[in-house]
Design a protein around this ligand. Sequence first.
Ligand code: SF4
Length: 486
Amino acid sequence: MLALGVESRSRGGLFGPRLKSENKAKNAPASDQSWKCMYKSAPTGEVTIDDFEIFAKNRANLLHKIENWRAIGIIGEELSNKIRFEDEREYGGYHELIQSNKDCIAHNVLRLAYSKTEELRRFFVAQECALFEARLKVNPSDYDEIIKSNSIDVEQVSANEKQKYSAELSIMYRQLQMYNKELKIEMFDNARVWKTRFTNCLNLVSKRRVFVVDGYAYLFKTHLLNVISQQFRIVLAGRVNAALRFWPYLKESEGERVVPFLGAVTNYEVKYSEVDIKGGTVKPEMINTLSEQSFPLCMKVLHKSLRDKHHLKHQGRMQFGLFLKAIGLSLDDALRFWKDEFTKNQTSEHFEKNYAYNIRHSYGKEGKRTNYSAYGCTKIITGLAQPTSDDHHGCPFKNFNESSLKMEMRSKEFGDESIREVIELVQRKHYQIACRKYFDLTHPDFQEVSKETSRDEGMPFNHPNTYYQKSRQYHDNNKKETNVTK
Ligand code: SF4
């Protein structure tokens, strides 16, 4: 069991020291821990290690899905609907969610885990805000309560004040009514008006959606969502930055149980696109054709480099070797495959002495006999050392410069428009979406040809071996394809 919050005496529990200023929440009602109170209080009580891990993994899974939907251009109501569907599956309906200890624990665990780097913090804040906003949209009648319980700087204006600016406000209201169905049922005279300092809704101000006078922005109910969301973003960004300071305490008190898990959960792969990675049987003679047809670009690059230089450095050997193992290359065949290439530049004795052990080790036949798994995209993109000019590991969508990537795509005869789309995704750091786009361009009519029953909306695969399997499914069903030489 893990003691979570301020109830525990040993350093205040897992979230204790960091939330010192919030210790007044010791006897706080459960709602203070809820999303509606912006997770003001840390979760209290105890949780089993298993639940702790499952809650956090499932939340990470949800946040990655949100990121992927946004990256492929799903926005607005469509995005909110998708988020709410998954949210309900994980935490129950709106009312269960408000009381959900699970939601509070998951949020707080990930807030700690994702506090470690700037990139992780940015990811966490962006996806949590999208989740928060989707929840907010469910019940606008809760806005007053949310504003009050979070002391958000926004107040309803008096009838006199509304009257004073009625000319400007009624114009603004008519514009709103043009695209907001809900407002059509309410007359301007009945509509409530709020005001807040204009700095609390800069995005509304910049889009000229609100009327500003004397430093205050005047708003209608529909704008409150924006003001509340912005407040949540500010609060969350501050708390996730503060969480970073908690790591030294955590290492001291939970260095063995919790810290390794927190490190791993940020590398967690998205569940929905994981497939059981089952290799068929792959022989060394098949690898050239398979590489051409079905390897993702990261593995193609490693394979090409191996064939050109007859050598790969350690990280590249691990990334490529474990991928080959997962697609079905046996240990004996792996030894033969690597030896054939390496001994074009060195003696058999040198290979046996310096490399064969590592290959057997990666198949779990030496040392601790760990059966290592193939690396997923998250590990390849963020978890490996940045490649130097001599290295070829990593993800080309992240590591290639723009002209190399364009050259690669031109060699595949992609059109200018497609190349531009991939480059744009890369510039926005959506490497896995760019990779999926590359897959779709090299596997035309993928959905129909591969007889996929559920449409995946171009979601990224998240694992090079998933990319490979989907590609094999496509080519196996494509009768016009030439068979892979066996
Ligand atoms: S996104 Fe994943 S599969 Fe695609 S190239 Fe990068 S690491 Fe490889």
